[in-house]
Design a protein around this ligand. Sequence first.
Ligand code: SF4
Length: 109
Amino acid sequence: MKFKDSLIGVDVSLALCAQTEPDLYFPEGTAGSITRQVLEAKKLCFECPILNLCFESAIKTPMIEDWGVWGGTSRNERTTMRRKPHVLKEHQKKIKEAEDANRIEEKAA
Ligand code: SF4
């Protein structure tokens, strides 16, 4: 499993990365393989019930080892978001849209 200390108190059993292949979120291999894994992990993040909590934790918590996919972002994306507020806001907007869509799907099920 992969969780940050700052997620303690959150019901991490809901995290999709805890229910899928954790290595996907810390990809290794060739450049092409890493890109594929990151895209797959990010896609799953956008279906995760704790997406927003995870992302806000990842973006706000200074980490010594900030790597892997968290809250639908790669390390490089988080680095950019910390420097460029408009990129951060765009991702937060995508999270809100995903959460709204997921709620609608849950109600329809
Ligand atoms: S948003 Fe992604 S990295 Fe964060 S808990 Fe959910 S599946 Fe794991």
